[in-house]
Design a protein. Sequence first.
Length: 940
Amino acid sequence: MKTCSWFLCLLNTYSFFLLSLTAQVILMLTKLFDFNLGSVTESSLWRSTDYGTTYEKLNEKVGAKTILSYLYVSPNNKRKIMLLTDPDTENSLLISTDEGATYQKYRLNFYILSLLFHPEQEDWILAYSHDQKVSNISGMDFLLLTNMVIHLTSIAGAQYVTCKVQNCTEANKGKPFPGYIDPNSLVVQDEYVFVQVCNLSFSRMKMDLHVISTDENRVVAAVREWNQNDTYNLYVSEERGVFFTLALENVISSMGPEGNVMIDLYEVAGIKGMFLANKKLENQVKTYITYNKGRDWRLLQAPSTDLRGNSIHCVLPYCSLHLHLHVSENPYTSGTIASKESAPGIIVASGSIGSELTTSNVSMFITSDAGNTWRQIFEEEYSVLYLDQGGALVAIRHTPLPIRHLWLSFDEGRVWNKYSFTSSPLFVDGVLGEPGEETLIMTIFGHVSHRSEWQLVKIDFRSIFNRRCTEGDYQTWHLHNQGEPCIMGVKRIYRKLKPIARCVMGKDYSVTMTSEPCECTESDFECDYGYERRNDGKCVPSFWFSSSSMVRSCTTGNSFLNSTGYRKVVSNNCTAGVIEEYTARKQSCPSRAPKGLHLITSEGKLTAALGTNVTFLVFLEEVTIMVDFGDGNAITYSNLSSIEDGIKHVYRNVGIYKVSATGENSLGSETVVLYLHVTCQLEHIYLSAPFVAVKNKEVNLTVVLWPSQVGSVTYIWWFGNNTEPLITLEGSVAFTFSRDGINTVTVQVSAGNTILQDKKTIAVHEYFRSHLLAFSSNLDEHNPDVAEWRFDVSRVIKNSMVEATGISEEQLLVTVLPGLPTAAEFFLLPDKELTEKKPEKILSEVLLSALNQNLVQFTLRPGVQVTVYAAHLSAAPLVDTTESHSGSAMLMLLSVVVVGLAVFVIYKFKRYSSLFFLFSLVHKCCLCPVVSKRNAIKRR
């Protein structure tokens, strides 16, 4: 065995990515992380063409100042390399087609979160970003797939949308199922696509699901149900991946280093249908094995002797072998269990012997006959790697201490030989097993001390082997399960290297297997959907299952498969035998009236925006379907297969529509109904309220909406300091104020997902006097009819009236009313220090006298002098709590306000552009009359 060392003159703040491309080429990406800045400040790309003996630095070829973040290798062509730059410094993609020797850089106009390669087309790449893009020419041109991107951090609803990339438009986007999905749940694995819906039916609780395996046209999934905390139930599906049956209960789980869930289930490489699982049983964790994809499980038989040859007394089911089934997510460190496609039947794992799995007294165990018998190989934990396609095994001790030895076995772990791989003890950080699995060369990396640079050690095992394997070095091996040769309906015979052979198989070696079908027995069938296995092995209906439910989707004239309670295990290849007895029988669908009709919207919602396409999905075939949209339009279909994408309809008016679908055949009919809320976006609200109100006297408050018709609306009112709001479905209320002074009214309007608010202050007194004001005509030319202008002019008018009459500011309130011609009103409020009402009448006469003599004037701007007049000559009327004074002035005020609001919406003035969005509302398609009359709701 030859070794050579190569030192990286790097600080231990570096992280790196080491990757073997071919037998000779190794690429390594190192990154320097600055803890003070909290970011990567430097990166280097290294390349070796001699199995890791020497490395060349490629920084000049990728850009001396370029910081690289990720390295990708095409799964279909290892000569094709892609490098992503750090987007904080440069947004580029580098592509190599010659195993990383040279690179072509492409600038990107979007940020790439990650790259996903097509499993078969080497030039097809999917880039996940804030704009989902696809490339079909090796990254040189990216095409935007769709604007409906699923962001990993999105909190809004995401939908599963399908369309062809070449012609992806809104018109031909497909939605295979209604409703929204969890934005971070999309998984594509083999022929299956999995998504997690956001909402569950009322009868089910949330369940956490993990897809374990999808090979051989079957889904294996782990599901944590509502009554489980740290365990999952294992389910297996039929070929479509729709109907699942329980395979194993209470499989334990743990949290990974990054918060990910790790299920204690291991799929053995090289043996189809073989799994190991750790199950919790009465607070003990035990390891079980299956050879037929979960149809049958059994405990592991412990070794008969220990490492020293001493007998082990371990009797099933009270004592068995238990294994740790953690697979490392780090490519440079091994997990607690390992198997390889190229070495079928050989499994190496750490574990313990006893009544349950423990973390103490952990040893290493190996099986070379696919789990039937096990041998102890070490009394401590080791990392075991496969060399030369599994023809040899390498073991490196798991320890926090520095080491300089490794162990090598040529006979499937029966005998281990000790070798030194370095002269000085090394803290081992990881091992690059590839390409050693094929070429007998491995790379170990670590450091001599915690403050030293990294050291790469290349180990060449070729000198240990003196010849290549010949046909005489191989033997046949029959896969079996405790002597039963028929597994998954066939007898499998493998060609394996003899344990005594010490030769090189080489990278051209491939596993050879022959198979012979077996006659079907009961063990080749599992319980069908809706059935569960009793203790005697028989499949019986589950308590929740109704066989009639499977017939509901059956249409007259067709046939369905009537289950016997069993189904053949997927990928089981048995023939004849009891297959007729256990296989589902085809029966004709019974003639019956329509039943099971469903009507939903494609998004699974009961709301829709005005003027948009609403897609209705109807589920029931082979019947005539009539859909009534509730707005006077209806449509009839005799063949639902022609409308798989749904029935589209556009609503032209806001409202709540009763949508019905009726299915009919010669035997009867069935009708289903949904109520669709068609809404328009609420843009703005205005609370119309009096400026002054009489104490203990009812006043009307009205909310004006823009647009006025937006669908279902809820009004939430707060009066003064009340903490409990008044909630109404009408936009008008009548309220009585019982407290003198300034009172606040706040209203919130909820329409769909929009909530808008307006607030008004009302001066409340025992009585007051009011009078309308008029102005010289030149004021109208400068009136933009916006609130800010009216507020400013009101203040100027009040100051002018105070100067002309000497009235106290506290007793005078002036407000300019909305609309044209410009009008205003003044209010004389009572003096709190006086008990009689006479003085206000005198003050009113003083004010009217000043107004009639043109004494109240103000300058709007240079050259524009405005005169304020009384609208009529009589004295200001008294408004109080007596019946004779019913508030005529107040009613006039409210009418002026309402009329003014209508004018206010359609009037424009450029000087006050901040409120121009109000005026543009008249152009919206869903705008209806501005003011709608509603019945007042009284509250005291």
